[in-house]
Design a protein around this ligand. Sequence first.
Ligand code: ZN
Length: 163
Amino acid sequence: MEQHIDNIDFSRKSREIRDIICLSDFKRLQDICLNLEDSIAFVLKGFENKYREHCLELCIEGKLDLICQRCTEKLEHTIFLRSGFLIKEETQLTDFQVDDHAEYDLIESNVKMDILSLIEDEMILSLPSAPRHENDKCRYKKTDETLDRIHPFADLKQKLYKN
Ligand SMILES: [Zn+2]
């Protein structure tokens, strides 16, 4: 797969790349994900919008094993993202209408845009800052209940007033 594209040219020619990437190819995600053999699928499309501006659309789909911040066990997280980008050229800066582009994120025009980096950015931005299981699925809670049952301080009163 080509990792770098000229994003203006890509959009002008309405090009499209679809591929599958192993998580081990992402540098920053390696610290967040447990299973680096998992992979994600993506489609990157170039097009021009109704204002004849250069745009990209990126769709990402996959499953990541995150780490639950409460019990530190595996937490399956499904990713299904669709992002739109407006490629900002120098000449557009003056007559730029923000309202018209609410659904797009701005990116710089770049003759060597890094696709992997764009995909990784989108995934990291979409992830919860403190991922954790739902209450009934988290092992931490189970440990809690076990402690409750043992009642470590149940005989405290007895010990205190023994004398
Ligand atoms: Zn958990």
